[in-house]
Design a protein around this ligand. Structure first.
Ligand SMILES: [Fe+2]
Ligand SMILES: [Fe+2]
Length: 406
């Protein structure tokens, strides 16, 4: 974090530049990450969190803490799941209700006549000492509050704690207002994706909303670890992680093209039905064919190749019958690194979730057995390096499972 006080002109110019960058992001988690990083940079805050409004509550949605969360540790905290009711008893609840910006020099020294109080539970559990706090409503220009951002422990250039300055109190809400529009757009994109998935779920009750949320989150996190292991730069990682989450969520959307007689058949498929079912990969890819955006291309790769195997024995490459009509989708017998990495990752995430979750035809496998099965298939079904990255982030994987259960 650069440590110098900036002039108003520089601050406004920087805000505009960040808003432009925010507009290139699609997924709401990537947007929250960027908003929080920029707001912290602007105010020299050690930590911060964002809560989004969900009905009558605030849902804890994103967190940074430079002191506590380091390296691969950081990701699992993003998937912490808790909600705070919107009322004046908590600091975030109060700000969500009133829309006011609240700057507190030291939360341990609240005088006691405020309607809200500071909850010390997090500090007691972690040993962190929360001092200064700047809490801002995320309000769009139409006055709609989409959430609350809380910036914690402003730091002076010499590293000591300081209260938030007048500049911080004036400019951070200006940035928050502009960012709120982007956050609202991110929420809408996510909801549109979920609606597409709902459509698929209505057809195939096995593909639940929770399953797609999990597969999206697992894939994003495995990608981040895999890419770091490969030495990919952080900027590229952030952008691709963002898109992969969305693409992975849509992995089975092609099931809308499969008839009810097959999709909803109780019991086992015969050979013919199983082959028809495999066409969901091709129908999915057809939804994203002939498109120009990078996200659509990624969706095509994931839908088409998420059942390919590292050893080349997967599908649609090995589908029986006449594939000539779909040749433009490049359905060859592909294996190894010819399979796009997005699909190699989603394949592992999808299989892992299917094994570790209960399904109508099977109960959930114990975690140990699932991991043993994945390790057993390292280098045959799955890309070995993708398996390694997945095994390195098990804490995050478990946190995702806890967040999107059901
Ligand atoms: Fe599938
Ligand atoms: Fe799936």
């Amino acid at each position: 974090m650069e440590c110098k006080d900036r002039q108003p002109f520089d601050i406004v110019r920087d805000i505009l530049k960040v808003i432009e960058e925010l507009n290139t992001l699609k997924d709401v988690d990537a947007i929250l990450d960027k908003v929080l990083a920029e707001a912290r940079d602007m105010t020299h805050a050690d930590a911060g969190s964002i809560y989004l409004i969900e009905g009558e509550n605030l849902s804890f949605s994103y967190v940074h803490n430079d002191t506590l969360f380091k390296g691969t540790e950081a990701s699992k905290h993003i998937y912490t799941d808790f909600i705070v009711p919107i009322n004046e008893k908590s600091i975030v609840g109060y700000v969500a209700m009133s829309g006011e910006t609240l700057a507190i020099p030291d939360v341990y020294e609240l005088v006691g006549d405020e309607p809200y109080s500071f909850n010390k539970k997090f500090d007691e559990e972690t040993g962190y000492r929360t001092r200064s706090m700047l809490t801002i409503a995320l309000k769009t220009f139409h006055g709609k509050i989409v959430g609350v951002m809380q910036l914690i422990n402003a730091t002076a250039c010499d590293g000591t704690a300081r209260p938030f300055t007048e500049y911080d109190i004036q400019y951070a809400p200006l940035f928050a207002n502009s960012a709120s529009v982007t956050i609202e757009r991110g929420i809408m994109t996510r909801e549109t994706m979920l609606r597409m998935m709902k459509m698929a779920e209505m057809r195939d009750p096995m593909e639940t909303g929770a399953h797609v949320q999990r597969v999206g989150a697992y894939s994003a996190e495995i990608y981040q670890q895999w890419a770091r292991n490969q030495g990919v730069d952080e900027l590229t990682i952030r952008r691709k992680k963002d898109m992969l989450r969305l693409a992975a969520m849509l992995h089975d959307v092609g099931k809308v093209g499969i008839s009810d007689a097959i999709l909803k058949k109780p019991g086992r498929f015969n050979e013919q039905e199983a082959a028809t079912m495999k066409w969901h990969s091709i129908y999915g890819a057809a939804l994203f064919a002939n498109t120009t955006s990078e996200l659509d291309r990624l969706c095509k790769d994931v839908t088409l190749f998420h059942h390919e195997r590292w050893d080349g024995k997967g599908y649609p490459g090995k589908l029986p019958g006449d594939l000539s009509q779909i040749r433009e989708l490049c359905v060859e017998c592909i294996s190894g690194e010819d399979i796009p990495v997005s699909a190699r990752i989603t394949s592992l995430a999808d299989v892992y979730d299917a094994l570790i979750s209960p399904r109508v035809y099977k109960s959930a496998w114990p975690e140990e057995q699932v991991l043993a099965e994945i390790i057993n298939n390292r280098g045959t079904q799955f890309d070995p390096e993708v398996v390694d990255a997945f095994l390195e982030i098990q804490d995050t994987i478990r946190a995702i499972r806890r967040k999107y259960h059901g």
